[in-house]
Design a protein around this ligand. Structure first.
Ligand code: FPP
Length: 255
């Protein structure tokens, strides 16, 4: 029986469960690879920056939908460690958009009970943007309705290597027994420590790969690849994703 808000055709999003269903039909942790901004813009004869701006709108819409549905954590891949290969102009556009979004949305995020968290290595974005982001993280640290995790200059292999290095250093310094390096220890050494396990990973725009995003965390996540370009991903699309998740049988390796 599907019991997400999406199950009721035309249901008012505002009537959704609010704080999770507790029965596993609403994912606690959803991550999204937001892909297709460039193609969305190209289809309209617009510059790529216009696609990213429209993508930021889709972030706002999706965040609202996730909070209403009772999702606890929404993790967004905003900038991968490979994105530096894009033109200087595009990188600068993305940085500007991020700064603008944080400034413009911070009051709303805070008022709506959203806690902002960052994963990856935002230091590469320069001290000004880092300071803005850190202030936003601090200001929202006490909020409990939904955690918005923004992955910035993030790469999963780098994250796992850093965790392995930190654990190895602890072993080398006799702070840790090698036998204690188990799955939980690695979980706790990752950027995502303390967050609930990833339940649902969505990628938009028809590409079917993980692109170095949350490789460890996605071990038992349901994967959903949709053709929609990210700027077109709206509340209905998000609710449809939740509905598909609710219809999946999760076995975690059992039968
Ligand atoms: C992928 O589309 C999208 C990105 C690399 C950037 C995502 C960033 C945003 C949506 C901006 C705002 C983010 C936040 C958190 C406010 P693409 O450029 O790879 O599209 P393409 O594959 O069609 O070229």
């Amino acid at each position: 029986m599907i019991s997400t808000p999406a199950a009721t055709e035309g249901a008012e999003a505002g009537t959704a469960t609010g704080s999770g269903s507790g029965d596993g039909t609403v994912p606690r942790h959803v991550a999204i690879i937001m892909d297709g901004n460039g193609r969305w813009a190209a289809k309209r004869g617009l510059p790529r920056a216009a696609g990213h701006r429209a993508g930021a709108e889709a972030v706002r819409t999706t965040l609202k939908a996730a909070a209403r549905a009772g999702v606890e954590v929404l993790t967004l891949y905003a900038f991968s460690s490979e994105n530096w290969r894009r033109s200087e102009e595009e990188v600068s556009d993305l940085k500007g958009l991020l700064a603008y979004y944080v400034d413009k949305e911070l009051d709303t995020l805070h008022r709506e009970g959203v806690r902002l968290q960052l994963i990856g290595d935002p230091s590469a974005f320069g001290p000004q943007l880092v300071q803005r982001l850190e202030r936003a993280v601090e200001r929202t640290a006490g909020n409990t309705r939904l955690t918005l995790v923004v992955a910035l200059n993030y790469g999963s292999r780098t994250e796992i290597a850093a965790a392995a290095r930190a654990l190895a250093e602890d072993v080398a310094a006799w702070r840790r027994d090698p036998d204690s390096v188990d799955e939980q220890a690695i979980d706790e050494a990752l950027n995502t420590a303390g967050l609930p396990d990833l339940d649902l990973l969505i990628r938009t725009s028809g590409e079917v790969r993980l692109s170095n995003f949350l490789l460890w965390q996605a071990a038992y996540a349901e994967l959903l690849f949709v053709d929609t370009l990210w700027p077109d991903f709206d509340e209905a699309a998000f609710l449809d994703a939740l509905s598909q998740f609710a219809g999946r049988q999760r076995r975690f390796g059992g039968r």
